[in-house]
Design a protein around this ligand. Structure first.
Ligand SMILES: Cc1ncc(COP(=O)(O)O)c(C=O)c1O
Length: 416
């Protein structure tokens, strides 16, 4: 999904001069300048001046409640996690300066892969430098020339970019539409390789996929299945393995993609799988081979965090409570939400347009609350959203305070 403009809209080259390569960004520049000219604070340029905890930071000189991070399980300030990072920094230095297939595999990389195998109870785990690269790498490598990728139209940018990087045919279907997915699968020529790509939680509206039905349909048509569980790991499912676990179909999923940048609380990405030939990917997957591996301190924090998440059932239960309280409260206040019921730790508040969305965002930050302002092309159906993501460390009182700030801002801006 690009924000490109058509060839016809582009200024033609003045004779003797090449066209300005930045001309394609003019509509976006004009939109941004128009918004800022109204005197609004730039919602895409906020600085966290000091971070106090997983749920609090100093922004614009004042203490602010964080309701727009992916720190679902609140692991960023866990004392054991911090200790592990400090020790690894002291023992192994600040970085590996090399690819995983050369000098960039340390004991810590092996350990975090072991922790992932245990967390998911799967045979193989491969760690990438980001979740973005995990999708790029696995999708573009597994599905090759002559194969077909069937994917949800609302897939994350890293999934689309993984499709673009590879040579497979790309077949999108309407969001969460099981019949549309099956129709696409039926039309694929006999004998072609098929990969169905789904997400557990869709991060813009916070809705979940009907994985139980979709995985069954994919298997019926002989497709392999990849599920990106970036926004569900640690939180959903009995062991925190994600939506596929919660819906009882994890055993039928061929590849789970995940990230360390959300519930795990650091940075990095991974794929876990039971495929017997999985390990060959380490030699042929370009976004794994041709980049430096994660720093030792990062893999040490990730491994410690993942092991603690295995014991996270109380935190998971509290996060569900937070999600339900916020969803019910916002609905009662009269806000339009992305889902009828709370389906995940993400609750999207739908704004009528970008101008009022930005005004509401500003009123919230002035009231001491940070949320994400999301706009096209990241959002589906051209929506402007205030995305709220809850943390297991938000207290009940904090959730009530959040509702109070929303009520005041919503009335001031005229949204409710
Ligand atoms: C569904 C999904 N997949 C992958 C990623 C990429 O994760 P990372 O931040 O590790 O690159 C994201 C990030 O927001 C995501 O939402």
């Amino acid at each position: 999904m690009s924000e490109g403009i058509s060839q016809a809209d582009r200024p033609s080259a003045v004779e003797g001069h090449a066209p300005d390569l930045f001309a394609k960004f003019d509509p976006l520049i004009a939109m941004r300048e128009g918004l800022l000219a109204s005197g609004i604070t730039d919602p895409f340029n906020l600085v966290m001046e000091k971070v106090l905890s997983p749920t609090r930071a100093i922004c614009n000189g004042r203490e602010t409640i964080l309701l727009g991070t992916y720190n679902y399980m609140g692991m960023t300030f866990d004392p054991d996690v911090i200790e592990a990072g400090k020790n690894a920094l002291a023992d192994y230095g600040s970085g590996t300066t090399g690819s995983r297939v050369l000098n960039g595999t340390y004991a810590g990389h092996k350990e975090v892969e072991r922790a992932l195998r245990e967390f998911y109870a799967m045979d193989h785990a491969m760690v990438f430098s980001t979740g973005y690269q995990a999708n790029l790498g696995i999708i573009s490598t597994v599905a090759g020339k002559g194969d077909y990728i069937v994917l949800d139209i609302d897939s994350h940018a890293s999934i689309w970019d993984g499709c673009k990087l590879g040579d497979a045919e790309i077949v999108p279907f309407r969001h969460n539409d099981i019949e549309a997915m099956e129709k696409r699968l039926r039309r694929i020529p006999e004998g072609a390789g098929k990969l169905v790509v789904l997400e557990g939680v869709y991060s813009m509206l916070g809705d979940i996929a009907p994985l139980k039905e979709m995985v069954a349909v994919a298997k019926k048509h002989g497709a392999m299945v990849l599920v990106d569980e970036a926004h569900s790991m640690g939180f959903m499912g009995h062991h925190g393995r994600g939506v596929a676990e919660a819906q009882g179909v994890l055993d039928d999923v061929d590849f789970v993609i995940g990230t360390f940048s959300k519930s795990v609380g650091t940075v990095g990405g991974f794929c876990v799988s039971n495929h017997p030939k999985f390990e060959i990917l380490r030699l042929v997957c370009r976004p794994y081979v041709f980049t430096a591996s994660l720093p030792p301190s990062v893999v040490a924090t990730a491994a410690t965090s993942i092991r603690k998440l295995m014991q996270g059932s109380n935190k998971r239960a509290h996060l569900w409570e937070n999600s339900k309280t916020l969803h019910t409260g916002l609905k009662r206040l009269g806000f339009q939400l992305g889902t009828e019921e709370p389906e995940s730790a993400i609750i999207a508040v739908i704004m009528p347009d970008l101008e009022r969305g930005a005004a509401m965002w500003e009123a919230l930050i002035e009231g001491g609350l940070y949320v994400n302002l999301a706009r096209p092309p990241a959002t589906p159906a051209n929506m402007t959203l205030l995305r709220c993501s809850l943390c297991a460390e938000h207290t009940e009182d904090e959730v009530q305070t959040i509702l109070g700030i929303f009520a005041k801002a919503g009335k001031a801006v005229g949204i409710i």
